[in-house]
Design a protein. Sequence first.
Length: 320
Amino acid sequence: MYIWVDGADQLQGIQKFIKKDADGAHYNFALKGDIDASVLENYESIGGDTGYQGTFDGRGHAIIGLTAGGSDATNIGVFSTVGEQGVVKNLSVLAGKFTGKDNVGAIAGVNKGTISDINTYGNTITSDGHAGGLVGTNEKIIKDSTSVSNVIANSKTAMAGGIAGSNEAGAVIDNSESNSAVEGSVATSSGLGGVAGRNEGTLSKVDNLGVTNGGDSESSAVGGIAGINTGSIENAYNESFVTGGEKTGGLVGINKKSGSLVNAANAGRVEGKGAAQDAAQEIGGLVGDNDGSILNGRNGGNVTGTTYVGCIVGTNREES
């Protein structure tokens, strides 16, 4: 059984209700139509500290123009945290603005549940910590979803991804596509990726069509799929421009010893940029700095840099 959500006031009222009755976090909600959320002020992300544990079904409708968060806010999105039992599905989030100190995404700051069949378009997501087109941090499952937004890493320690800032160990992003512009407003070495800033879990059947731009800020650890990979990337494809300082790759900036790429290809241009001498080093068509494994990888894009530049990898470590 679902409770209908019909209008911006009712959307904002969900978290107010949960604060009065904690059981409300387990209720199921469904959108009755598109919601113009641009009229809302002081929106509180649904779920609070404990997370949303019910099923939220957008029924193919959109939340439009929502603004949430602030410079010191954490866990920001339509939801703060999607809890272990939580499900968010069949929803579009359009033309929103989400800002915070850590864990910021159009759908949720943190996902511990299941997010599926999501479309985000035209949002701006900015964080000093984890920023993602859908979620700041993914700890469980995102599948069958698309992100077309502007995602900004706003500090030297920030990480940003077109879908998730960080995909944690055991987490999965499956059958999903990003056409987001991912960038650092200042130089960061924590990871900028077309799909995930940092991947410790599994990225499967993912495609990136958006520009991953770490070059203007001279950020390092930049990749068309993931900035830093210690997990598994399989059946992945980057189709767009990737630029960064050192350790920049068409798919992955830094592939650690535990990281693997299987059936992965790059078709976009990869460019190392930097004002300092040798700043644009370890630039690769697939991986900038590789210490892990690559199986059946292909590169069709041009690769430019200053030092340690390769069509497949910039640097290949001794036992890789």
